[in-house]
Design a protein around this ligand. Structure first.
Ligand SMILES: [Zn+2]
Length: 247
């Protein structure tokens, strides 16, 4: 799979908005260059392409001021707030959007998913779970919601619930069965026999607990988290089998 910078996922609502604006302009046969809304969107996209989320958000908010009923742009603004480390403002934007009467169902669900991410970032786990339960009931949006649910349950060390969410995810997309993750969840639940059938050669089978004391500094090879002691799961990114001694 070709790696995609996540920032471009934010660009999609902007491109959608830009297309919507352009269509309206065509209908009105107006000069595109004279429309301030399109100008702000173009600036926002350019800033996103440069990785400048703060400028992108500023231009996006200008575009929203010009066209407050362009709801996908508001969703994108909420997401940018979160990426800029302001989950409280992201929650505010997404809740306000969800309160709009007559919101299209697809936009409502994608907004709920963004809200769940906001709550996760803000550490408000019960509300994140409520939002994810609502989204995961929709076949078209269940996959990302269940992926986040697995993450949420692991953050709370609710291993049985994490496994249950992973099972639901695997039913939707068998390619996401994640044998390594499933192995560790089963081990956490004391189901060593089931775990062994998945990964018969995993070192954890001979060493259920990672050594608790060592003088060697440890590092996550995925996220760079510096750990004081070995562990099967990285406390930073919650991936498994990524903590290694620094050599
Ligand atoms: Zn990590």
């Amino acid at each position: 799979m070709i790696p995609v910078d996540p920032i471009w996922l934010l660009a999609l609502p902007l491109l959608f908005g830009l297309g919507w604006v352009t269509a309206r302009l065509d209908r009105r046969q107006a000069a595109r260059s004279l429309d301030p809304e399109q100008g702000h969107l173009t600036e926002s996209l350019a800033a996103l392409a440069d990785g400048d989320a703060r400028t992108a958000l500023k231009s996006l908010l200008e575009a929203i001021r010009e066209r407050p009923d362009a709801l996908p742009l508001q969703r994108a603004a909420g997401t940018l707030f979160r990426r800029l480390g302001e989950p409280d403002r992201a929650i505010e934007v997404h809740l306000s959007l969800l309160g709009r009467p007559g919101l299209a169902e697809d936009l409502r669900l994608s907004c709920l998913l963004e809200l769940a991410r906001d709550y996760l970032d803000a550490g408000i786990m019960d509300r994140a779970q409520d939002s994810l339960e609502m989204v995961s009931a929709s076949p078209d949006h269940a996959e990302p919601a269940l992926g986040l649910m697995v993450d949420l349950m692991q953050r709370q060390r609710r291993w049985a619930d994490a496994l249950s969410a992973l099972d639901r995810l695997a039913r939707i997309n068998p390619a996401s069965s994640a044998a390594g993750l499933r192995f560790h969840l089963l081990m956490e639940l004391g189901r060593e026999g089931d775990a062994k059938s998945l990964c018969p050669d995993h070192p954890r089978l001979n060493r259920p607990s990672a050594p608790s004391k060592t003088l060697e500094p440890q590092l996550c090879v995925q996220c760079g988290f510096q750990a004081r002691q070995p562990s099967w799961q990285c406390p930073g990114c919650r991936r498994w089998d990524t903590i290694r001694p620094v050599t």
